[in-house]
Write a protein that binds this ligand. Sequence first.
Ligand code: SAM
Length: 284
Amino acid sequence: MNYRHVYHAGNFADVIKHVTLSLVIEYLKRKASPFRVIDTHAGIGQYDLNSEAAGKTGEWREGIGRLWGQDLPDGIKELLAPYFTSIRSVNGDGELRCYPGSPLVARGLMRAQDSLVVNELHPEDYAALVRILRGDVRVKILNIDGWIALRSLLPPKERRGVILIDPPFEVAGELDRLVSGLKDGLRRFATGTYLLWYPIKGLPAVETMKQRVAQLGIDKLLCAELFVHRPGDEQRLNGSGLLIINPPYFLDAHLGKILPFLAERLAQSREARSHLTWLAGSSN
Ligand code: SAM
């Protein structure tokens, strides 16, 4: 397990992932009944942007660094407000020193009646996550394989919730595990919202993945992609995508505004752009 998220925390890919997670959580909060957030590959929860590792890549400067404390157009400001609330929950209003990972984005937005299950396999990252989250009775922290977690945690007893699946894609066979994990997860909890994050280096691997997920027979499958470079150079993260199963009805309209804004604001080349497509179904 070589992947360490601290090098990438707050980059453009984290921005679109965490903005989307925050919008889904806000949607779930429209009803008083409790929901559960399940985070199968959670990371360490909170990232020090002044650390040596974060400074080494400086990726956050081209992600959240281009949004925090900057002017945002009307219409976008409102849509990013929940995401900014979670960032404020670890920084206050002032200088950006810490970046919340997905567990703290979720915890920063949840209510007293909601719950969060986070899972992280790396022993040191798990220990860090425990230090950050312990003492909160709404949170359960696991240290098992994320694909086993996905199987064993579904369906949640609340029968309402969002599942974030955010593997590092560093081991061979991850795509097979993802497809079979999703298939099994959907059998157990067909009505949940699933957010599956993926990196985009070249397009062929990504197209294969999208096709295989689409073949699972999902009714509503939305695909949101943000490119900061033209895809092709396999040595570089050119973009990132989210497959969203059972998105809330408004999400495509909201992402339809947010994605072009982020493509422009977070561009690292002239080829930056975004795509939003339904791979199955539509918002109606
Ligand atoms: N979801 C986090 C966020 O948005 O802040 C980032 C997670 S990072 C992309 C992926 C994490 O998965 C890493 O912390 C890595 O240690 C962990 N990981 C790697 N293999 C795993 C596995 N088989 N099961 C669970 N976690 C794993």
